[in-house]
Design a protein around this ligand. Structure first.
Ligand SMILES: *Cc1c(COP(=O)(O)O)cnc(C)c1O
Length: 430
């Protein structure tokens, strides 16, 4: 595999940009080698500067559920761009995407568009505080909600502890109102909610996808809903990955649980920078200019980003993309069955809908962050390189999940599984 041009660009990038990247995990720090500079993508494939071709499972970290360069998304962007790229005024595309989002996610009676998932979660927490008049909120250990100061807190395992900052530059003051609790543990939350009377909200990914893939225990999410109701705490589902992925209506549709607020991103921008938060109208009416909670954005609801989202959501709705994806997932799982049996106790494959996690562990089922912390990341690093050599691009960290898109063909899936067989043979039979 040639890497000369990528390596050269990376050398240059490192001089000009910290770590050579604009987002840390891209730098391949936890796997072998330098990052690849991707030049183009079409469907399930990406092509790097050196001319290597890969079947992609990073899919821009989730947004590309229709594959790269989807023709409908591209035409929508081109047609919209011809008319101008930004006006800083209301635009009909915002109304149309708002309609599509609120129809698909019924708990979102109203929505506000922003430009990233980080902005969405940050604003949802501010809104929850403004609405309830309370200061603290609970986040779950290991859940990632973007990089806002008070959300860069993950400390505390087992029992809830006061948050400790996870990054330099985040003050203890910033972290002090963030309470951390373990996922899949209702008792821990009951304990916090009973002890603390200043909790505005709890935010979580209904299905955590940013620290391995952890699935909710039966009735965990329903139990959470009742606990929040009992203690007057707002329930915020961060569906930036889950939304439009696990189902059109996200994890909340799949599990039949209605949050008070929801955050979205990734898929709703189809590869352009978009985030959104929304929920009950009585809560959303607190957002400025209607209410006292300030939140704004020069490029919020940008016409191009909205056009891409509209094209993607319409296509997903009208051409039964989730049904087709389910067939692909079933096909992939059939092919993966022999790997699962053969390497049981060493390598674990888990999935929900088109989200996959590949991990080196002796566990049979992952239900907590503590279990994820035990993964063998050295083996994942070898696996990542072995797959890259075989033309399969996985996200460059064993904590990240893999995404199947509707553009992955049966042939792609067959190639992927046989690459996986030979990579695992190499790594696990030593
Ligand atoms: C990606 C992600 C975010 C942050 O979104 P950005 O657009 O990267 O700011 C927030 N929450 C979850 C669950 C995410 O996966």
């Amino acid at each position: 595999m040639k890497r000369e041009i990528s390596d050269k660009l990376f050398e240059e990038a490192k001089k000009l940009m910290p770590g050579g990247v604009d987002s840390p995990v891209r730098a391949f720090k936890s796997v072998e080698g330098n990052p690849l500079f991707i030049k183009s993508g079409k469907g399930s494939r990406i092509f790097d500067e050196d001319g290597n071709e890969f079947i992609d499972y990073c899919m821009s970290w989730g947004p590309m559920i229709l594959g790269h360069g989807d023709s409908d998304v591209l035409s929508a962007i081109k047609e919209t761009a011809e008319l101008g790229t930004s006006f800083g005024t209301p635009h009909r595309n915002e109304v149309e995407l708002a309609r599509l989002v609120t129809e698909a996610v019924p708990s979102m009676e109203q929505v506000r568009f922003v430009s990233s998932g980080t902005e969405a979660t940050m604003s949802a927490i501010r809104l929850a505080r403004g609405f309830t008049g309370k200061n603290k909120f609970v986040k779950l250990d290991g859940c990632y909600h973007g990089h806002a100061d008070h959300l860069l807190v993950a400390a505390g395992s087992g029992i809830a502890t006061l948050g400790i900052p996870d990054s330099a530059g985040v003050t203890e003051g910033n972290a002090a109102d963030t309470l951390v609790a373990p996922y899949n543990d209702l008792n821990a939350l009951e304990e916090i909610f009973s002890r603390e009377n200043d909790v505005a909200a709890i935010i979580l990914e209904p299905v955590p996808c940013n620290y391995g893939l952890i699935l909710p225990r039966d009735d965990y999410l329903k139990g959470l809903r009742s606990l929040c109701d009992k203690h007057g705490v707002l329930l915020i589902f961060d569906e930036v990955i889950n939304g439009f992925r696990i189902a059109m209506g996200g994890a909340q549709e799949h599990y039949g649980v209605k949050p008070d607020l929801t955050t979205l991103g990734k898929i709703i921008g189809a590869g352009l920078p978009v985030g959104a938060y929304g929920g009950r109208t009585d809560i959303m009416s607190f957002v400025a200019p209607q209410g006292p909670v300030y939140q704004a954005g020069t490029l919020s609801g940008n016409p191009l980003a909205m056009a891409a989202g509209i094209a993607a959501l319409k296509k997903m709705k009208n051409s039964k993309v989730h049904e087709k994806l389910e067939e692909k997932v079933n096909f992939m799982n059939e092919l993966l069955a022999s790997i699962k049996t053969r390497y049981a106790g060493k390598f674990l494959i888990s999935n929900i809908a088109s989200i996959y996690s590949f991990c080196f562990t002796d566990l049979e089922k992952i239900e907590s962050v503590e279990q994820v912390r035990q993964y063998d990341m050295e083996k994942f690093s070898q696996f990542h390189s072995a797959m890259l050599e075989r033309g399969i691009y996985l996200s460059p960290s064993g904590y990240e999940v893999a995404f199947l898109s509707s553009a992955h063909s049966e042939d792609d899936i067959e190639k992927t599984v046989s690459a996986m067989e030979s990579a695992l043979e190499e790594i696990l039979s030593q």
